[in-house]
Write a protein that binds this ligand. Structure first.
Ligand code: BES
Ligand code: MN
Ligand code: ZN
Length: 507
């Protein structure tokens, strides 16, 4: 992990005159637009407004999102002022600040440290600034032969300028930010790691290792166990690969009595070739991200444990590699999901729902033994149809319980992750009927995201509040970096899963 935050906030003198009292090398400030006028938004820190506004006008600054302008302070040639766009001055939200801080952090790769002076009145705004700065300071360097200097490294140190005097609150914000940024980086690393280096087995080992010093029990169900005990979905998808499948279970039990118990289930396909329904070569490389859901649920669980939230979490990651081989599942093969339902595999590229079905049934069984379940959330890069419907930056939420999805959508508004509710129309269910088995793994093509959701719904109990998050587009950024989002794995869903647990404490 390539970031570090100072454990405290540096004390600035607010002088009310032109420049700050302390030497600053990289100073990040905001610039917004009010009508035709630019406005400098440096929070509690005062800089020479008239001078810098004139410079920005000359430069042609627009204050739009992702516009970052770096200017040298003529009075101190070793000082760089970094102006980051905040958009409309009247519409600045925590997420605006998070993105602006992230964009500035990305523009500062190669620098050691920077001081962020951005406007904030609430804890949510301060928190967003801290988060954006750290989330933007990410680079995946594991596979370059020459490290460090070749690729410019992200910021090593982030200072945030604030006049918040409640040190307990500030400490809490810093702690949470560090946990969120560390776990987001973990998810991004797992996604970016090539499938040659991330197999179902190595995923389990790596994550179990991380849980050793935490109040989390990690258990790996290996391929032999899964075969003997009827996990036909995970086995059916994984049997075409030389890298055997696995089911990873993390269990976090809070020290104090748990207020609620959730199960988080994430799709963990370490590579999706499509199996015998082989995908076209063009773009197949992005399918190393098909374990984004699994990475998100384990990272969220680790974060929830590190934050000592009084919510019990069971995370389940059904892991497999969907490959082509003489042993791969054929179109028309019938498999039996854990618990007994049979599925006709008409398309081996619709594999995510098969591994998730096993895990959803198991998660329900285990939680019911432990005293019931207040909610089950699955997270998956499930369908290309999700990307068609909502694009690459908005994920979908489907549910059997409006109250639970409302709570989750509230969490997404706090976390700044874009999610949108989608329906599960009953009339599409019949398209999944199979003449040979209980259900087929594909149905009507139109509304494919919803059909996939309806398939999963067959494997959850109607009385248990359930959310299905399809993150196919937003999990992996194949375009340009923006805001605090890098190219490659994004870490989407982690922050909302953490926030959901936080909200559930008092809900
Ligand atoms: N992993 C893919 C979905 C996907 C597509 C994720 C694009 C990210 C970007 C999934 O396993 C898949 O192949 N789905 C098929 C389902 C179809 C065969 C019903 C799809 O969406 O084409
Ligand atoms: Mn597939
Ligand atoms: Zn897939």
């Amino acid at each position: 992990f390539f970031f570090q935050a100072e454990d405290g906030i540096r004390d600035y003198k607010v002088t009310g005159v032109q420049t700050c009292a302390l030497p600053i090398y990289n100073l990040v400030v905001g610039v917004s637009k009010s009508g035709a006028d630019l406005r400098i938004e440096s929070g509690n820190l005062q800089i020479d407004q008239r001078f810098w506004l004139e410079a920005l006008e000359k430069y042609g600054a627009s204050a739009s999102f992702d516009e970052v302008i770096k200017l040298v302070d003529p009075k101190r040639s070793n000082s760089l002022i970094v102006f980051t766009g905040l958009g409309d001055a009247e519409k600045i939200t925590p997420e605006t600040l998070r993105r602006a801080a992230g964009a500035a952090a990305r523009s500062l790769f190669g620098s050691d440290s920077a001081d962020f002076a951005l406007p904030h009145k609430s804890a949510a705004e301060l928190s967003a600034i801290c988060e954006g700065a750290l989330l933007g300071s990410y680079l995946f360097m594991d596979f370059f032969s020459k490290v460090a200097n070749e690729k410019k490294q992200p910021l090593q140190k982030v200072n945030v300028v604030s006049r918040f005097t409640d040190t307990d609150l500030v400490k809490k914000i810093i702690k949470r930010t560090l946990v969120v940024a560390e776990q987001t980086a973990m998810v991004r690393n797992l996604i970016n790691t090539p499938p040659s280096h991330l197999t179902p087995e190595s995923f389990c080992k790596l994550v179990s290792e991380l849980c050793k010093d935490l109040p989390i029990k990690a258990q790996t169900y290996k391929s032999d166990y899964l075969l003997k005990n009827g996990y036909g979905g995970i086995i059916g998808v994984g049997k075409g690969s030389a890298n055997p499948p696995a089911l990873l279970h993390l269990s976090y039990q809070p020290k104090t009595k748990a207020v609620k118990r959730f199960a988080y289930v994430g799709k963990g396909i370490t590579f999706d070739t499509g199996g015998l329904a082989l995908k076209p070569a063009l773009g197949m490389e992005a399918m190393k991200s098909d374990m984004s859901g699994a990475a998100a649920v384990v990272a969220a669980t680790i974060a929830i444990a590190k934050l000592n939230l009084p919510i019990a979490i069971d995370a389940w990651a059904p892991l497999a590699e969907n490959m082509v081989s003489d042993n791969a599942t054929r179109p028309s093969d019938v498999i039996k999901i854990y618990g007994g339902k049979t599925v006709e595999v008409l398309n081996p590229d619709a594999e995510g729902r098969l591994v998730l079905a096993d895990a959803l049934v198991k998660a329900t069984e285990v939680a019911e033994k432990a005293g019931g379940l207040d909610g089950i959330v699955d997270v998956a890069t499930l369908t290309g149809a999700q990307v068609v419907a909502l694009g690459t930056r908005t994920s979908a939420v489907m549910t059997n319980n409006e109250d639970f999805s409302d709570l989750f959508l509230t969490a997404t508004k706090i976390s700044g992750e874009q999610f949108w509710p989608m329906p599960l129309p009953e009339e599409l269910r019949a398209s999944l009927d199979s003449p040979t088995a209980d259900i087929a793994n594909i149905g009507e093509r139109m509304g494919g995201m919803l059909v996939a959701g309806l398939f999963l719904k067959e494997f959850v109990k109607p009385e248990i509040p359930w959310l299905h998050l399809d993150i196919a587009g937003p999990a992996y950024n194949e375009k340009n970096a923006h805001g605090y989002t890098p190219v490659g794995g994004t870490g989407i869903a982690v922050r909302s899963l953490i926030t959901l647990a936080e909200l559930a404490v008092s809900h």
